[in-house]
Design a binder for this molecule. Structure first.
Ligand SMILES: NC(=O)c1ccc[n+]([C@@H]2O[C@H](COP(=O)([O-])OP(=O)(O)OC[C@H]3O[C@@H](n4cnc5c(N)ncnc54)[C@H](OP(=O)(O)O)[C@@H]3O)[C@@H](O)[C@H]2O)c1
Length: 264
């Protein structure tokens, strides 16, 4: 039986204007959700909402996730426009990447603010209105599960996100609110485009991935959607790696074993 418009679930997605966030918006739209899409670039959000207008109601909010009032504005928009909030996807993140000895306080604080404090603050605000059956999904990284050379503060923050999610899972699970992490391997987006085709990347990622294809933004979006759906309703406090087996194996393709190494 089709849901009435007012019964359709509502999701708030941060970092919705590009890459993984854009794909997550499209997946939830296809799944019948009403959506609050947040990012800094309003024109991109407007374009996305217009593309999806026949399929889903999409409210947009141009905001920086680090702004003090951003979580409150976003959650209030969901309540004002749709009357409820069933799912929060903390996707906006910084891709800044450097060894610890090259990370100054400004960079350290920037990554913590965008990728750790904002998800914490958005989760806190969302919990104030979420009812039983709701869930929070944090977009982490395989580099929160294992160290990545030069990962520095990025690795530290993504690992911290797993701890934050487990704390949410234990604290609010009894109220029927779940929290999980998806941890993608490297996915081709604006964040990774610069090194995607380099020999160094191919050695460390493509040649070491047992499942023989690149991961896509849709792989991530499908997993996020599954975690939010009734079919995922017994999954709580987990980190799901989306990497074709990269982070759990020592696989190396035969041609990578025998080829000459070329400088990155
Ligand atoms: N791509 C990968 O290989 C990969 C792998 C593992 C994990 N991840 C994680 O996946 C998430 C999305 O990454 P992506 O690859 O899709 O990156 P992307 O293509 O660069 O997109 C980043 C999104 O976040 C938004 N954003 C960035 N800073 C923001 C801020 N301060 N306030 C509000 N929105 C902000 C951007 O929109 P505006 O510029 O319009 O604000 C954009 O919509 C990140 O958390 C990243 O760490 C990515």
């Amino acid at each position: 039986m089709a849901l009435r418009a007012s019964e359709k679930p509502v999701v708030l997605i941060t970092g919705a204007s590009a890459g993984i966030g854009d794909a997550v918006v499209r997946r939830f739209a296809a799944g019948g959700f009403r959506i609050v899409a947040l990012a800094r670039r309003q024109e991109r959000l407007t374009q996305l909402a217009s593309e999806l207008s026949a399929m889903a109601e999409v409210e947009t909010l141009a905001a920086d996730v680090t702004a003090t009032d951003a979580p409150q504005r976003a959650v209030q928009l969901a309540i004002k426009a749709f009357g409820r909030l069933d799912c929060l996807v903390n996707n906006a993140g910084s891709g800044r990447w450097a060894p610890v000895h090259e990370t100054d306080d400004a960079m350290m604080n920037e990554v913590i603010d965008i990728s750790f404090k904002a998800p914490f603050r958005f989760s806190r605000e969302a919990l104030g209105v979420m009812k039983s059956g709701s869930s929070i999904i944090n977009v982490g990284s395989v580099y929160g599960l294992i160290g990545g050379l030069n990962g520095g503060i990025y690795c530290a923050v993504k690992a911290g996100m797993i701890g934050m999610t487990q704390a949410l899972a234990v604290q609010y699970g009894a109220n029927g609110i779940r929290a999980n992490v998806v941890a993608p391997g490297v996915i081709k987006t604006d964040m990774t485009r610069d090194f995607w085709d380099t020999a160094g990347f191919q050695r460390t990622n493509q040649e070491m991935t047992p499942f023989n294809r690149d991961g896509t933004v849709d792989d991530v979006a499908n997993a996020v959607y599954f975690l939010a759906s009734p079919e995922g309703s017994y999954i709580n406090g987990q980190t799901i790696a989306l990497d074709g087996g990269w982070s759990t194996t020592k696989f190396l393709r035969h041609d990578a074993l025998v080829c000459e190494r070329v400088p990155a």
